[in-house]
Design a protein around this ligand. Structure first.
Ligand code: UDP
Length: 327
């Protein structure tokens, strides 16, 4: 079996990626410091607790497992927090990733799949975003991810590191089998917070800003199902195995939903009322982030099958009601 080192494998996206890798015949080795991840989400391969800033721990894991590739998810990912504590984002995300890249190169592991973000594009006046759009992040989270993309490009030149970079739009939903799902502590994301409000775990969902330049005044995002997203990562590994080299892919569906539209869809799917409060803008939020790229489907053969809003909310709701959520 081929080993893949999965940093952040105990988190929301990483745990789903481990399941997809195992289903595709790989052994995912989770490396996670459990700061935002959960050990009980590591179900599909070995677990090594460690921090990206700990080079010795990384060297040990590379030596022990000889992974064919790295799938790098471990990161802090809250836009709002990144505006208040940028240093945490630069240290953890950028210095941590640099340490990981150096360890990978030193171990002779030169295949790298990286989770980047549409937040690297920033606010771009209503255009649909493709991979050639200039990157101009407006928050420290996006800036930290862009910096890591630059580091990967430098190491491609200097050491022949080959990377597939995925720029995610908004990831949603949960494993339909219920093996893994979304759980952040504290939760900051729209859909899980809304489900909390629907079943009374919080008083209301606060809409962050109703005065954006969009048809209903709320921010627009492009939502993609977690299972579709991680399927692209398995295709990314195969892309590198086939020697196709460095590439960047947006992962979004090309359809934008405003916050109010997501609220309406959730009310329909759950058949419940969503208690809503209107609040001010959250610093760092872009007005609209929607993918305008077909590169992933055209070149990678990516075919999202669960990324319609109804299915994403239904899967998230099933996970939410399963009790796993009440850790
Ligand atoms: N949002 C909101 N209320 C919340 C959380 C999020 O109105 O309690 C909005 C947020 O401003 C953004 C969208 O929902 O426009 C998606 O935010 P999320 O934090 O889920 O993902 P992000 O786009 O920051 O990656």
């Amino acid at each position: 079996m081929t080993n893949i080192l999965v940093t952040g494998g105990a988190g929301y996206i990483g745990s789903h990626a481990c399941k997809a890798l195992a289903a595709a015949g790989y052994t995912p080795i989770t490396f996670d410091n459990l700061v935002t991840g959960w050990q009980d989400a590591v179900k599909f391969g070995p677990f090594e607790q460690g921090d990206l800033l700990d080079r010795a721990a990384l060297d040990q894991v590379f030596a022990a497992y000889q992974p064919e590739a790295v799938m790098h998810f471990a990161a802090l990912s809250q836009v709002g927090e990144s505006m208040v504590h940028p240093g945490k984002y630069w240290r953890n995300n950028v210095v941590g990733s640099l340490t990981l890249i150096e360890a990978a190169v030193a171990a002779g592991c030169n295949r790298f799949v990286f989770s980047s973000t549409c937040a690297t594009y920033g606010d771009q006046d209503n255009v649909l975003l493709d991979e050639n759009c200039p990157q101009d992040p407006i928050n420290a989270y996006g800036a930290s991810k862009r910096a890591i993309e630059d580091i990967l490009a430098n190491y491609a030149e200097s050491d022949g590191l080959e990377s597939v970079i995925f720029r995610y739009f908004n990831v949603a939903g949960a494993d339909p089998d219920g093996d893994v799902g979304e759980f952040h502590q504290p939760e900051t994301h729209l859909i899980p917070l809304m489900l909390d409000a629907i079943d009374g775990k919080r008083d209301a969902l606060t809409i962050f800003g109703t005065d954006y330049d969009t048809p209903d005044g709320t921010c627009i995002r492009d939502y993609v199902h977690i299972c579709d997203l991680v399927d692209a990562h398995v295709l990314g590994i195969k892309w590198l195995e086939e020697g196709k080299g460095n590439q960047i892919f947006n992962l979004g569906t090309g359809t934008g939903f405003s916050v109010r539209e997501v609220i309406d869809a959730s009310a329909n799917v759950t058949n419940r009322v969503v208690p809503v409060a209107e609040g001010g803008r959250r610093p760092g939020d872009c007005t609209k982030l929607v993918s305008g790229s077909e590169r992933a489907s055209r070149d990678l053969g990516w075919q999202p099958s669960r990324s319609d809003m109804k299915t994403m909310i239904a899967d998230a709701w099933r996970w939410h009601q399963s009790g796993h959520y009440d850790r």
